[in-house]
Structures are given as C-alpha cells and as structure tokens.
Write a protein that binds this ligand. Structure first.
Ligand SMILES: Cc1cc2ncn([C@H]3O[C@H](COP(=O)(O)O)[C@@H](O)[C@H]3O)c2cc1C
Length: 186
C-alpha cells in the first residue's frame, strides 16, 4: 500500500491566528496551490481520506478516487482559543500549555495526546484495508502525529518535523513492513 500524507494548502487567515478546527476557506489564488500539490500525487487513487474541514475538502474534491471524510483527521481542537490571536491568549493559560501540550488541553479543547489517540484509531483501521494507493488529506498536527506513530517517536519531538502547506509525505507498506519514502515534498 502506498500512502500519501498531504497537508492542505495555504488557508485564508491572518498571521498569528490559532485556528485548529475552525472551518477556514483556502487563500485567494488557491487553484495554483492545489495544482502544485496535485502534481505530487498519482493521478488515480484507490481511496482518499480527508478531514471534513473545508481547507482539506477543497483538495479532496479535485482528486480521482473514492472520498471518505473522517472527523478523526481534523486538526487539534483549540476550544476557547479558536480564532484568537496567539498574543491575545491569556499567558497564564498559554504558557503551561506551551510547556506540556502533549498532555494539557486548551480550555474546552483537546490535548495532543487525545488527537494522537483518534489518529491512531484511524490508522489501525486503514492498515486493515486492502488498498493500493491512498491519499490522506489533513493538517500539520495530524500528519506529525501519524509520522510519530509510524516512527515510534515521542509526540513532544514531532514538531521537529517540518510539514509545510501543500506538502506530501509518502509511506509504503509492504507485508507489514512500513517505510517512510520522504517527508515534506513541495
Ligand atoms: C500540539 C499542536 C500545537 C500547535 N501549535 C500550533 N498548531 C497549529 O494548528 C493549526 C494548524 O493546522 P493546519 O495544518 O490546519 O494549518 C494552527 O492553529 C496552528 O497554529 C498546533 C497544532 C498542534 C497539534
């Protein structure tokens, strides 16, 4: 099975905004970005799994393959911080979270560990399926969590992996042997 992990292209949001599960559209001129990302993917895909958020859906709709929207592929739920400027989040909330975002959740949101658990459940189900070529259209946090699961990497180290907007990372699975072919191709 060949699995392409795709981060959505640039969203339409002012710099410095916390936007985890907020449903943003893509930035103006997004068609060019979509075409670039699409050029990194095979033309025919056995299946496309996508986050149901618009910034991922817009690319999924362009791809040739059966589309499945799965809420487990959404970005971290930032709760009360959604659409706030990072600099406007009270420091007494933000600082402890910055130190321990793996275990701590923003108010009314979820921790990175909770995200990784739902992503792992999705991943284990996918591995049971007999598919040839799969694209997963998702978010920076989700893709890093997936790569951490594959590499057995501590989640707190996953932000050392650069995952750009519109990037593709490829994973091959051959008789249960998992190999990462590349990370963050743009
Ligand atoms: C633990 C964690 C810490 C983060 N800090 C910022 N973001 C990021 O998450 C969102 C980006 O996702 P997208 O790929 O949809 O652009 C933004 O709010 C960004 O600040 C984080 C995400 C996670 C999981």
């Amino acid at each position: 099975m060949e699995i392409y992990l795709v981060r959505h292209t640039t969203p339409d949001v002012p710099k410095g905004t916390c936007y985890g599960q907020s449903d943003l559209p893509l930035a103006m001129g997004y068609q060019k970005d979509l075409a670039q990302t699409q050029s990194l993917l095979p033309e025919k895909l056995g299946a496309v799994y996508s986050s149901p958020l618009l910034r991922c859906k817009t690319l999924a709709w362009e791809l040739e393959g059966e589309i499945n929207f799965d809420a487990r592929l959404k970005e971290l739920n930032f709760g009360d911080w959604e659409l706030k400027k990072w600099e406007d989040i009270p420091k007494e909330q933000l600082n402890p979270w910055m130190e321990s975002y793996v275990e701590l959740a923003p108010p009314k949101g979820e921790s990175y560990l909770q995200l990784a658990e739902r992503v792992k459940a999705f991943w284990n189900e996918l591995l049971e399926k007999e598919l040839d070529t799969v694209a997963i259209i998702s978010h920076g946090g989700v893709i890093r969590a997936l790569l951490s699961i594959i590499l057995d990497l501590d989640l707190k180290n996953s932000f050392k992996l650069q995952i750009d907007y519109g990037s593709v990372s490829q994973v091959s699975i051959n008789q249960k042997q998992i190999t990462i072919q590349y990370i963050n191709k743009v």
